[in-house]
Design a protein around this ligand. Sequence first.
Ligand code: UTP
Length: 301
Amino acid sequence: MSAPKVRTAVFPVAGLGTRFLPATKSTPKELLPVIDTPLIQFAIDEARNAGVERMIFVSHPSKSAIDRYVLDDADLRRTLRARGKAGLADELYEHAIDEDNHEVVFVMQEEPLGLGHAVLCAKDHVLPGPVAVILPDDLILCPKGCLSEMIEGYASGGAGHLVATMDVPWEDVGSYGILDAVSRKGPFVRARGMVEKPAPDVAPSNHAVVGRYVLDAHIFEALERIEPGAGGELQLTDAIVADMGARGLAGFAFSGIRFDCGSKTGMLAAQLHMAKDDPAFNEVIGDLIESTVPPTVVTAA
Ligand code: UTP
């Protein structure tokens, strides 16, 4: 059976980003750069590579910088060309979403009432079929693209709701949604539930859910049915659990590496990871490593 096509990607970008205050007072978290590339750019590239047709950004009126970033800025490109920077102008054009090839929709979430609520805001704008959800602050570097892998595997997963999962150290399970796994076959982890932030001694597995989802369209009905959960917010995981009896739930163990760029440590790790592979930063990284070698301690005789 061929899988229904995943034609829509939803990017929830309306959150407050409190862990990055004061930076996020005026700069949306999703525009914070890893070296020179904003987080949202990685997410857009991943969705484009996965072949989605429509990108829906669920944003907030105070975060209009995101709209300005994702769309083409012909004036800026003209100015760059006039100043002999044609290469840079071309690069900007490649980064921006080309509205001839992709539909772009901005929907406002007036209040940050949770990830589930943000996804629900996209309901009236999605194309028929399953929907991808990408959390831009989860940076996933994987040769093919995490979403491409998930969409390719969606039909074989045997479940309507497919969530990206990675094995985390047992002592870290309390920071994640954790799958109640039944079996594992290749990258697919069949699950009968999900537990939010369990203590390590009661966690059903160490398969943690991270920010990529391919969800059956019935998720919107489930989101309308559920009550606010943790933190008084409408939780996406609650809706997935509410609907998994009917549609099925599986985890997808993607290949590659993931950085939680919504946290300072994750963002720093991403910066260092990118810098270490770039010859432009060899000297800086080398100096940094040298300067962290503890100095020889000379004690007075
Ligand atoms: P997070 O919980 O990581 O983002 O949500 P946050 O709430 O903005 O960050 P902190 O915890 O206060 O630092 C993951 C993604 O979901 C979006 C965020 O913008 C982020 O991209 N989100 C979250 C919404 O769009 N709406 C919400 O109500 C909550």
